[in-house]
Design a protein around this ligand. Sequence first.
Ligand SMILES: Cc1cc2nc3c(=O)[nH]c(=O)nc-3n(C[C@H](O)[C@H](O)[C@H](O)COP(=O)(O)O)c2cc1C
Ligand SMILES: CCCCCCC(=O)C(=O)O
Length: 379
Amino acid sequence: MVASATMSMVCLSDFEVYAKKYLPKIAWDYFAAGADDCTTRDENILAYKRIRFRPRMLRDVSVMDIRTKILGSEISFPVGIAPTGFHHLAWPDGEKSTARAARAMDTCYIASTYSTCTLEEISAAAPGGLRWFQLYIHRNRAASQQLVRRAEALGFQGLVLTTDLPYTGKRRDDVRNGFRLPPHMKKNHWVTAALAFAVPECIFSPPGSAASCLDPSVTWNDIYWLRSLTRLPIIIKGILTREDAELAVKHGVQGIIVSNHGGRQLDEGPATIDALVEVVEAVRGRVEVYVDGGIRKGSDVLKALALGAKCVFIGRPALWGLAYRGEEGLQDVLRILRDEFRLSMALAEMQNCKVQLSKTWNFCSSGHDSISFSVFSVY
Ligand SMILES: Cc1cc2nc3c(=O)[nH]c(=O)nc-3n(C[C@H](O)[C@H](O)[C@H](O)COP(=O)(O)O)c2cc1C
Ligand SMILES: CCCCCCC(=O)C(=O)O
């Protein structure tokens, strides 16, 4: 998977085209998959295209500052890497390359429970990088507990609990392909920890199947269980409604990721950028709110921040970057997104040009004088 020297990678869809062309079909299909008709997967992208800016002019954009902080840690721009499973399918060094790229670009990487490198390998690959650990709670609670403790001991700085996968969504191409991990990729952190869960055979098991390794009985009370295990901040991923946002705050989490799992779980739910508005309103600044799903351009990042997200995360585009040229390819993806974001911000002439957007930016309907810039949705 080496790119030709003449290939010019200008935007994220160039990496998508490359990945589709060069990845084995079974891996491409797994990365690309959405649930059922893929309505929500595609809507995540379309919803961004319906949002328009109301740019202001003559506001001095000669100095730009796109750094921000998430849960107290500074990142160089407000785009992190969402947790995705099985990076070895994209690049031989797998998550080690992801961790190195995130550190080089000075941003946050959320490592998945279903990483194909061990947590120890990920940490050793990029010491000092900002990393959070994403947890799926398994029926084998002792094993989940052990993963949380290991992540904390290794210096991961946040625990992301994914809430939208009590069972795996029906991804038709994975079913057709009989998707499972190649045997040489079974050396991963659950196996090296001698944990008795997550063997690939049980990844896609339907509700009711005893083969499923995930615990479908997880409830809000399990946040208290997690709290008892770790001092790490808890970020809850998969929230799409004001009701659940309120419950998340009530249960003491430190952050919320508005997410529909890239449209891979419940089909026909809302696009995440649409759900973001409702969640931000419900949270009223009590915890940080982030969003993922469908971010493909710097202007998408700007829209998400303008609507109240503190930071966004990318899933599939990170995998396309890895598939292109491993660590360097992922850095290219992040750099393009960063530069596009900076340009959009400048062209929108955001006052002061600092990424503290959710405080001063809002829907245009709010009509406050202090708002230096606004976005509106077209339906
Ligand atoms: C191939 C793939 C694997 C994923 N694996 C995980 C995972 O292990 N844990 C998790 O919480 N989310 C997982 N997700 C969801 C992502 O974290 C994220 O919500 C989604 O990819 C964002 O949408 P985007 O791909 O359009 O950026 C996965 C998504 C993809 C595409
Ligand atoms: C048993 C669950 C496997 C999930 C694999 C990673 C993931 O979240 C995905 O969307 O794919």
